[in-house]
Design a protein around this ligand. Structure first.
Ligand code: PMP
Length: 390
């Protein structure tokens, strides 16, 4: 007997990054590859206290019981209250990471052949979530401020949605400025294209908060996704989405089939941790930590990469920085040479829906220490110099 696989499995790809991470987890390799939040930022003590409280509460056992698909009411209320526009908790859905939000949105909104629009480049995990539903994925031309409104309009005909990452984007670290948000929002509205806004990094700003989310400008035509992964801990696997009532209803049904509900215990614990404005005290410590790491990486790049024809951006928050190699070099070809020298990164290629720019690569500045950043960037520069010389 042989298994006959569903045709859609041909669209299921293993994350190039996860595969790469295996390679770079070798001891001695300084990795700028993974998008892992710094464990130093996990609030272990707050979690210990909250777990204790949840498990000694009069209704302790209900935290270990099945629960509603929509999510714990206290957590949905906390999410609604944390957002900078008027959100009814009834429109919040607690998800198993915002990655599940992407998967559910794909199931509810994409038919085979549906046209969907993404930024260029875009989050690889979103492409992975969308692809099994067999859409036609169209990249919207983008610059350092995000998608270009005219290109969005030009490609909008019949599109089911435009997937946007306005804050400290993965992979580029770039942010949409206010003028671009206004223009993109207007272009989407005029073209009748709903927006799927993904905002896991918005709180991780370094000097000033980013402009208001796209959703706040047109909540009826947007699904907004957020996450506890970057402000608390990714291992919780808790995220959330906010959707207009009709779409919310459909997403709840899709989630019922996927996992019934996100872990009750984790939701209770997070609701407990969030009490008394915990994030207002905790998130500034993450911002300070990551800002120092970004500065260390920029200083190392300025010191070691200048004059090599390499360019990079200066992200105002988040976890990533985007680098472009000089003409004639390919990031994928550079990687084995860099790993040989003890440093790893992610080539930009898998982040593109269409024609990739093979000179680009992503560096994470949050997982390695400042010392490792200095050593790793020097090793990367040595690899670039060698590649140029060949
Ligand atoms: N969206 C983006 C842009 C991300 O970078 C990530 C995490 N890498 C996710 C969604 C998924 O995050 P989580 O499922 O941990 O909330």
């Amino acid at each position: 007997m042989t298994w006959t696989l569903a045709a859609r499995t041909r669209k299921m790809t293993s994350s190039a990054i996860r595969d790469l991470l295996k390679l770079t987890e070798r001891p001695g390799i300084i990795s700028f590859a993974g998008g892992l939040p710094s464990p130093a930022a996990f609030p272990v003590e707050a979690f210990a206290a909250a777990c204790d409280k949840v498990l000694t509460a009069a209704d302790a056992r209900s935290s270990l019981q099945y629960a509603t698909t929509e999510g714990l009411p206290a957590l949905r209320e906390a999410v609604a209250a944390s957002l900078p526009w008027k959100v009814d908790p009834a429109n919040v859905l607690i998800t198993t990471g915002s990655q599940q939000g992407l998967d559910l949105a794909a199931k509810v909104l994409i038919d085979p052949g549906s046209r969907i629009l993404v930024e260029t480049p875009t989050y690889l995990g979103a492409l992975q979530a969308f692809q099994p539903m067999e859409p036609t994925v169209v990249g919207v031309a983008s610059d350092e401020s995000g998608a270009l409104p005219d290109d969005l309009k030009a490609k909008a005909e019949g599109a089911r949605f435009f997937y946007a990452l306005p804050n400290f984007q993965n992979p580029t670290g770039r942010t949409m400025d206010e003028a671009r948000r206004v223009a993109v929002s207007e272009a989407a509205r005029q073209s009748g294209v709903p927006i799927l806004e993904d905002n896991p990094y918005g709180e991780l700003w370094f000097d000033a908060p980013p402009p208001a989310p796209l959703t706040s400008r047109d909540p009826e035509n947007t699904i907004y996704m957020g996450s506890f992964s970057k402000v608390l801990a990714p291992g919780l696997r808790l995220g959330f989405l906010v959707a207009p009532t009709e779409i919310h209803h459909r997403l709840v049904m899709a989630k019922q089939a996927a996992d019934l509900h996100s872990p009750s215990f984790n939701q209770r614990v997070v609701a407990e941790v969030l009490k008394d404005g915990f994030l207002d005290r905790h998130v500034p410590t993450i911002r300070a930590l990551y800002k120092g790491q970004r500065d260390a990486m920029l200083a190392a790049l300025d010191r070691d990469m200048s004059g090599l024809g390499v360019s990079w951006n200066r992200p105002a928050g988040g976890m990533f920085l985007w680098v472009r190699l000089p003409a004639g070099l390919s990031a994928a070809a550079l990687l084995p040479r860099a790993v040989e020298k003890g440093v790893a990164f992610v080539p930009g290629e898998p982040f593109y829906a269409g024609q990739p720019d093979d000179r680009t690569l992503r560096l994470s500045f949050v997982t390695a220490s400042r010392e490792q950043i200095a050593t790793g960037v020097a090793a990367l520069a040595a690899a670039v110099r060698e590649a140029i010389a060949e």
